[in-house]
Design a protein around this ligand. Sequence first.
Ligand code: ADP
Length: 275
Amino acid sequence: MAECDFDCESCGVEDCGEPEAKNFNIFRAYLNKESSVKKVIGVVSGKGGVGKSIVTSLLAVEASRRGKKTAILDADITGPSIPKAFGLTGNVVPEGEHIKPCTTEGGIDVMSLNLVLTNESDPVIWRGPMIASVVKQFWTDTIWDKEDIMFIDMPPGTGDVTLTVFQSLPLAGLVVVSTPQDLVGMIVEKAMKMANMMDIPVLGIVENMSYMRCPDCGKILRPFGESKAEALAKKYGIKLTAQMPIDPKLAETVDRGEIENITSNPLSEFAAALL
Ligand code: ADP
């Protein structure tokens, strides 16, 4: 018997019951039948090293603490750092035709290339289309069990994989991560403009490494210059912004794989507003 192939033009099955069938789009990646994800938020940055993965992790921790069934899809294939932040060292296991994600102690489901590789320090020497197809497979082949919210740690920049994720996954919106010196440059704006061109709303801006507190006198220092987040938010009509300090303790917590144990989440209010 013919089966629905999600393309109403060709499959010939009437009333197949597939809600997505009528909206079939060749660029779109579809979830498997065992999965459901209510809302997907991408976390993007103009360039690497600005704290995109930390922000993704903190948002997920806060969502989970607020009772949401939370998932992270680590699409930063060449620099996957999510498993380390959560102290995940195991490998994902196949279940039938699909894969079960690894689950953190706090109950966050995570899929990352580092949970597939036998040696996590092995480099991924793949061309863009291959990397992009792995991201789509993570979406389609993983069992995402009744997730209320999924955060996608996107690859930095506006390249091939970013474009694939924008086209193929149902993003409800984006969080843009930057740093004060980065914000003045054109790179972050490129990411914002790319999102606009693809009709994906930017929900908020997180300015990471925005300031630091002097450990001796408590004075606020801004080693990378004055905050630019508000100005950028105003320019693009974005209501939600957050500033995160440089915090060596946060970096240590991440290095120890204990991000779920943080007592004061610098993105708590931001995440609440986002949710
Ligand atoms: P990206 O995902 O943008 O490449 P990461 O989140 O992996 O960046 O962060 C890069 C490094 O900077 C990590 O070692 C992380 O622990 C550190 N880092 C990021 N943000 C902060 C911060 N606010 N305070 C201290 N260290 C930070």
